[in-house]
Design a protein around this ligand. Structure first.
Ligand code: AMP
Length: 202
């Protein structure tokens, strides 16, 4: 199981949206999640933006006294897209380095509803988990059923034999931010033999 250790605050990677135009409920939920992660003693690492759910999750965690680390490409900092009040804002050269720095060393991944940026980050984490390059929980926060069609799609992907049935175990959907930390804690480390099931079986 993923575990909370007092000497090692969990570092939680949160993938989330920059949109300001989505239903404000998504921002409220993102803020609540941030506050819950801070209350749980977790350190939040995310894309470093101030807009949309990105800004909301950071503000939620900061309001609860939590540590929030943003990883922002320099060109976004130049566009003043960075959050000015983070514990630490790390500037990186490009999007690839940002994705690498977000995931590396994280104890779990949470994906909130989002656009292509969020989905790309989520699918990279899933791909690395399938290949035995990432072993920690991946949680999809299914606010307003946002990820239900993705779940059906992935079941079809598996049904059509592009992935194995076991791969359904790589991620979990949860309905509410209150479910996120308990689900992380209850999720076992991904199987050490991931590579033996990575290829689709006959
Ligand atoms: P999306 O879910 O498509 O909004 O993508 C979120 C990702 O898009 C973030 O992780 C960033 O890589 C990038 N992004 C797009 N617009 C912004 C913005 N205004 N501020 C910060 N990051 C942004």
């Amino acid at each position: 199981m993923a575990s909370f250790r007092p000497d090692h605050p969990m570092r939680i990677c949160v993938y989330c949206a920059s949109s300001q135009e989505c239903d404000p409920h998504y921002h409220e939920v993102a803020f609540r999640l941030g506050a819950l992660l801070a209350a749980g003693g977790c350190s939040v690492v995310y894309g470093g933006g101030s807009a949309g759910s990105m800004g909301a999750v950071a503000n939620g965690a900061l309001s609860g006294g939590g540590e929030v680390i943003g990883i922002l490409p320099k060109f976004m900092a130049d566009l003043e897209w960075g959050h000015p009040g983070l514990t630490r804002l790390e500037l990186v050269e490009d999007m690839r380095e940002r994705k690498h720095r977000l995931l590396t060393g994280s104890d779990a991944v949470i994906a909130l509803p989002g656009g292509c940026g969020t989905l790309e980050e989520l699918f990279e984490a899933l791909t690395l988990k399938r290949l035995g390059l990432y072993f920690n929980p991946i949680i999809l926060l299914n606010t307003r059923g946002f990820y239900t069609p993705l779940q059906s799609f992935m079941e079809d992907v598996i049904g059509q034999r592009f992935m194995n049935q076991e791969h359904l175990g790589m991620w979990s959907l949860v309905d509410a931010p209150e479910d996120v930390l308990p689900t992380i804690q209850a999720t076992p480390r991904w199987r050490e033999d991931a590579r033996t099931i990575a290829v689709v079986r006959r």
